[in-house]
Structures are given as C-alpha cells and as structure tokens.
Design a protein around this ligand. Structure first.
Ligand code: HEC
Length: 260
C-alpha cells in the first residue's frame, strides 16, 4: 500500500513538472512574436560566483516569492549554490516549509488576477523563455528589472520599458528609487530610454545594478541548474581523454618499436 501511494504521488509531481515545462515551451513562440522592445542591456555573468547567486536567492525569496513561484526548484537544490541545509532552512524557507518542498508562492493565481489584472507567472523558465534575437533571457530580465518608471495613467502607478503596460508594480523601488521616463531615443529594438531619478532609493545606481545582476544570475541558474555541472563534466572528460591519449601513444610506440 505504502509504495502505491508513493508512486501516485511521484506521478502527480512529474505531471505537474511536465505541465510547467509545457507551459514554458508554449510561451516561447508567443514571446518571440511579441518582440520589438528596447535595446537590451547586457546582464553580468555571475554563473561561477556563489556569493552573488546566494544573494540572488535571498533577493528572490524576500522580494519576489510573495507573488511568483519557482516551482522547478526544491529548496534542497540550493545546496548547489554552496549553502548548507541549515542555512537554507533558517534564511530562505518560510516557517511551515520543508527542505524538500518546491519553491512555490503562497499567493493564489485567482487573488493575483483580481489584484493585478494578470497572474504572476511561475519564473522557473523565464530566463530561457525570454531569450530573443535582441539578447539572452538574462539580458531581458536585467533590462526589465531596471526600467520601471512612474506612470500615473497605470492602475499600479508604474510602467516598464521592456514590458509595456506591465501588471507588476515596481517591487524594488525601495532599493532603486523612483525614476521618470524623460525620452525614448530611436525606435523598436534600438530604442534607448533616458530616465531621471526623482526619488533616491536605498542603493546608488551602480549598486542597484549589481543587486539586480545577482538576482538575474539566480533566475538564470534556476532555469538550468545542471548547466554548471555539464561544463565541469565536459572539462573532466576532455582532461581524461588527454591523459588517455598520452598512454595510448606510449603504448603504441612500445608495440611498434621492433617492427621495422
Ligand atoms: C506584488 C506581486 C508581485 C511581486 C512581489 C513581484 N511580481 Fe513579478 N509580476 C507580477 C505580475 C502580476 C506579473 C504579470 C504582469 C503582466 O502580465 O502584465 C509579473 C510579471 C513578472 C515578469 C514577466 C514574466 C513574463 O515573462 O511575462 C517577471 C520577469 C517578473 N514578474 C519578475 C519579478 C521579480 C524578479 C520579482 C522580485 C524582484 C517580482 N517579479 C516580484 C507581480 C509581482
């Protein structure tokens, strides 16, 4: 009996993961059609920087998980970022959560739709889904999180250069400050916005950019947590083949030394 329930449970979870994956895949062509946003800023590459990725995880839990899930990731997976299970439980898991839980959000999609007019999507695959000819998904996220501006015509009071008429308010305004859009130079994928900071945030602009870079690095890792392992494995295989070549060559020389 026990094994039966376990198996059913596993199948259900697999189905759920498959559904998330499918939803993500369906999103890709839809987003490709909707391209034509502004010129994207290049996100810094922090993939090998564990301190940056840990900071990104902290920012995600504190500022984003209230509305967005990251359901492809379980908390214990964060050990890949150099955190111990104890650190994860103490700093990143809400009081009733368990180390093996998926990083879901507590907000229901129905409430979110009522409040924001759009449900906040699960962000597991967003770093891959937002990749386009203009730049990587990380570049889009990096641009998106830095180009919110005041717009009184919007219900939330905010608009965004990378995502026109977005339903999400500027969650990081306390850190970045409040900016107004002064002008858009150029058009389509070459459009460059100019902003004016009308209210100081907790961070100076360069420090805010660094924080966003860490957060985007974390979301990029979450979209493909195996990527770093794959690179390491690739290098290990090449080293192994190199060593094997030396021995094979020595052996060959030894075999042929009397044949002349
Ligand atoms: C108060 C709720 C709320 C919080 C907190 C929040 N968001 Fe959102 N977010 C939304 C909503 C609602 C949307 C959907 C907007 C739309 O479709 O117009 C959204 C959309 C997005 C999108 C666009 C997804 C896509 O591809 O369509 C990204 C990326 C995103 N949020 C990232 C973040 C990050 C990163 C944080 C944390 C810094 C965050 N959000 C915090 C409500 C929230």
């Amino acid at each position: 009996m026990q094994t039966c329930t376990g198996k059913g449970d596993l199948e259900m979870k697999t189905m759920r993961n498959l559904k998330t994956l499918l939803a993500g895949l369906l999103l890709v062509p839809a987003l490709a059609l909707a391209s034509g946003g502004p010129e994207l800023d290049r996100a810094p590459n922090v993939s090998g920087d564990k301190a940056a990725l840990q900071n990104g995880a902290k920012l995600f839990v504190n500022y984003c998980q209230g509305c967005h899930g990251l359901s492809a990731i379980r908390y214990n997976r964060l050990t890949d970022l150099g955190l111990s299970e104890k650190q994860i439980m103490e700093n990143l898991v809400f009081s009733d959560g368990k180390i093996g839980d998926q990083m879901t959000t507590a907000m229901s999609a129905a409430d979110a739709k009522k409040w924001f007019g759009a449900a906040p999507p699960d962000l597991s695959l967003v770093a891959r889904a937002r990749a386009s000819e203009e730049g990587s998904g990380a570049d889009w996220l990096y641009t998106y999180l830095r180009t919110f501006y005041r717009d009184e015509s919007r219900a939330t009071g905010w608009n965004n250069v990378a995502f026109d008429k977005v339903g999400m308010p500027h969650i990081l305004a306390g850190l970045q400050g409040v900016q107004e859009l002064v002008e858009m130079e150029g058009a389509d994928s070459h459009a460059k916005p100019t902003f004016k900071l009308v209210q100081q945030g907790q961070y100076a602009p360069a420090e805010y950019d660094k924080q966003v870079g860490d957060l985007v690095g974390f979301l990029t890792w979450a979209a493909e947590p195996q990527a770093a392992l794959r690179t390491q494995l690739g290098i290990a295989v090449l080293v192994f083949l190199g060593v094997l070549f030396v021995f094979a060559y020595l052996l060959k020389k030894d075999y042929w030394k009397d044949v002349h």
